[in-house]
Design a binder for this molecule. Structure first.
Ligand code: GLV
Ligand code: GLV
Length: 312
């Protein structure tokens, strides 16, 4: 707890957006940026608050080094990198950045869909390699999307916004919620020409899209993943793409980021992006503000709408 009248010390694992930190955080706190693990371990003993990235693992071992820590904000909507139970046990409150990145992530999902359907990376690579041999009736034929059936897995804020964009281009959208029965899952997957994943990564969604479920999809299916890599069994997906049992996949996330398996990189029928779903000026700016307000609010003992609560 900070002594009344003194400013709390808040450690950031990345400078985030420096202007936002300068305007929104520095007037209220002593700010330290610790980019390496070693620097973080040096700063943690005196930290009252912490702002982490989704690539930082916040576990018991890390928290044990932070006896003063009372509040943590994850600069992300997902919080699978954080051991919430360990935070709860130590009385550390946690915030995330929901709501402000829904549109950007939905727009990126639509980008992946269009790029998959029209084989944009293959066409782009052809031009850049100076291998465009002239217009031809059968060159790079893709799929027209209007009227196709899309299935949104995880109709939360991002999934719902994605569904809205999908409807706007004429797709027929269905959703699959957390409590869907095995029968409902099988029936909906068998019709899903576009399968878009938006569920958070939890023990029950790890490898949700496995070989068995991939086999249910129609041959012209496009799989889109903009949530977390481990929701998909990457090996099974590579096999489906290689054997052409589905048409294409658009991936913004991978099982072991930042590693992308060579087998995936060699396949022509997938579109690969480096986890940039929320990477717009608008979303990242709003995320920085929300994370900062979150950590300051929690340190001040306030109720905030973006607190992540531990549920036993
Ligand atoms: C990004 O992946 C996020 O969870 O915000
Ligand atoms: C993500 O957490 C969402 O709200 O869809």
């Amino acid at each position: 707890m900070s002594v009344p009248g003194t400013r709390p010390r808040i450690v950031l694992t990345h400078p985030l957006l420096p202007e936002v930190v300068r305007d929104e955080l520095e007037p209220h706190a002593e700010v330290r940026v610790a980019r390496s693990r070693a620097a973080l371990l040096r700063e943690l003993p005196r930290a009252d608050g912490l702002i982490t990235l989704l690539s930082d693992r916040v576990d018991e071992a890390l928290l044990a080094r932070a006896p003063r820590l009372r509040a943590l904000a994850n600069y992300a909507v997902g919080f699978d990198n954080i051991d919430l139970e360990a935070c709860h046990r130590r009385g550390i409150r946690v915030a995330n950045t929901p709501g402000v990145l829904d549109r950007s992530t939905a727009e990126l999902t639509l980008t992946l869909l269009l790029a998959c359907a029209r084989r944009v990376p293959e066409g782009e690579a052809t031009c850049r390699a100076d291998r465009f041999a002239g217009w031809a009736p059968d060159h790079l034929l893709g799929l027209e999307l209007k009227g196709r059936r899309a299935l949104i897995v995880g109709p939360g804020r991002i999934g719902t916004e994605t569904g809205r964009l999908f409807r706007a281009i004429g797709l027929r959208v269905e959703t699959l919620g957390r409590n869907a029965s095995a029968t409902e899952i099988r029936r909906k997957l068998a019709h899903a020409q576009i399968l878009s994943l938006h569920c958070p990564l939890t023990p029950s969604t790890r490898h949700w899209l496995n070989a068995e479920r991939l086999a249910l999809l129609p041959a012209d299916a496009i799989v889109l993943n903009t949530t977390r890599g481990p929701v998909v069994d990457e090996r099974a997906l590579v096999n489906a793409l290689r054997n052409r049992t589905i048409f294409a996949a658009g991936l913004d996330v991978f099982e072991r980021e930042p590693r992308i398996p060579a087998a995936l990189r060699r396949l022509p029928n997938c579109v690969l992006l480096p986890h940039v779903g929320s990477a717009t000026r608008e979303a990242r700016n709003a995320m920085a503000r929300l994370a900062i307000r979150g950590v300051l609010g929690l340190l001040g003992g306030k109720r905030i709408p973006n607190e992540v609560r531990f549920r036993a």
